[in-house]
Write a protein that binds this ligand. Structure first.
Ligand code: TRP
Length: 340
């Protein structure tokens, strides 16, 4: 099916994206990528590399963002997002989104921005609680523009994105009420089946900044090292000791990646009883992960840099056409279409 056919299909619009501040990992896969691959056949899909948003907390590191755009796009293509079906594009190449952001800013209070729990958690994590950059605080408004510019109704994402969806819908209602139109569409989040995947150290969710993630592009020996280093139950000293399943990272990953759920229940019971060793368990997980990552790695090896750039160039043009249509309607709703 051609991209144009997908765009004109009667289906609703799906939109999602990632900040290009590093390669994508298994947490992204279970939280969102897996859904996107399935849903691209059902919805008109826009997949955005959010470099403008990435700049809000990495503005001094544009090189990282530039490199990561290529990595993230390669991750998309390797997991099976099809550029002939989905529109893959770079946020900064669609400046219409930025203009929408400015208009939406009038509809949001500072107090509301400061209440966003995901933003709060990020500020705390980055130690930015006293001197908050305005750009960062406003990124949820920019994200509302990302979503509404494409009339998206479905947003596959990790559960930390729920507050962004809520804020988007508040902006949508406020805009429609203020300008007395029914122009902007509300959206809903589609949270991945496993929610958050913990980091291999068990200290929090898998993330680049904590250096505890398994990347989609990791070589087989790297995956093996990471699995063998995974946090289990520190009190499970001898194989015969009873072990804890809750909080055990290997089980969290098996719950996300082991397809035979009955067998998984047996493994959990066996571990809890005692008699199932960590190394055996990790071997099972490793096999599951290789079954997933092997084909992704193989596909990645076939993708050239020129092809990736071509996909992004074409996608960004298509995205810009769509966003420009929305922007024209927004300007007209506000009444600033002076020469129309
Ligand atoms: N905030 C998302 C993240 O940190 C990235 C993102 C930007 C996004 N714009 C979006 C996700 C629009 C969904 C829809 O991962």
């Amino acid at each position: 099916m051609s991209g144009d056919m997908a765009n004109s299909s009667a289906g609703k619009v799906l939109l999602t994206g990632d900040r290009p501040s590093g390669k994508l990992h298994l947490g992204h896969y279970v939280g969102s990528l897996q859904n996107r691959v399935l849903l691209q056949h059902q919805y008109s899909s826009y997949i955005m590399i959010a470099d403008v948003q990435a700049l809000t907390d990495n503005f001094e590191r544009p090189d990282l963002i530039r490199e990561s755009i290529y990595e993230v796009a390669s991750d998309y293509l390797s997991v099976g997002i099809d550029p002939n079906i989905a529109v893959i594009y770079i946020q900064s190449q669609v400046p219409e989104i930025t203009e929408l952001t400015i208009y939406y800013m009038n509809l949001v209070t500072l107090a509301r921005l400061e209440r966003n729990p995901t933003v709060k958690a990020e500020l705390a994590q980055k130690g930015m609680t006293t001197s908050i950059p305005v750009g960062f605080l406003c990124y949820p408004i920019n994200q509302a523009a990302d979503i509404t510019a494409f009339e998206a109704e479905i947003v596959p994402a990790g559960d930390d994105q729920q507050p962004m969806i809520e804020q988007t819908n508040e902006i949508v209602r406020s805009f429609n009420r203020t300008y007395n139109v029914s122009l902007l569409k509300e959206c809903q989040a589609l949270i991945g089946k496993a929610g958050r995947l913990p980091g291999i150290d068990g200290k929090g969710k898998a993330s680049k900044s904590l250096n505890n993630a398994i990347y989609l592009s990791d070589a087989q020996n790297v995956v093996e090292e990471k699995v063998m280093a995974m946090y289990t139950d520190p009190d499970h000293l001898k194989v015969t000791d009873p072990g804890k399943v809750a909080g055990n990272v290997v089980f969290s990953y098996l719950q996300a990646f082991h397809d035979d759920k009955e067998e998984l229940r047996d493994l959990e019971n066996h571990y809890a009883r005692g008699g199932l060793g960590d190394v055996t368990l990790k071997g099972i997980l490793l096999k599951d992960l290789e079954a997933l990552l092997g084909p992704i790695r193989a596909k990645r090896a076939q993708i050239s840099k020129d092809f990736v750039l071509d996909v992004l160039r074409t996608g960004s043009k298509k995205a810009q056409t769509k966003a420009a249509e929305t922007l024209a309607r927004v300007r007209s709703a506000i009444g600033i279409d002076y020469f129309a």
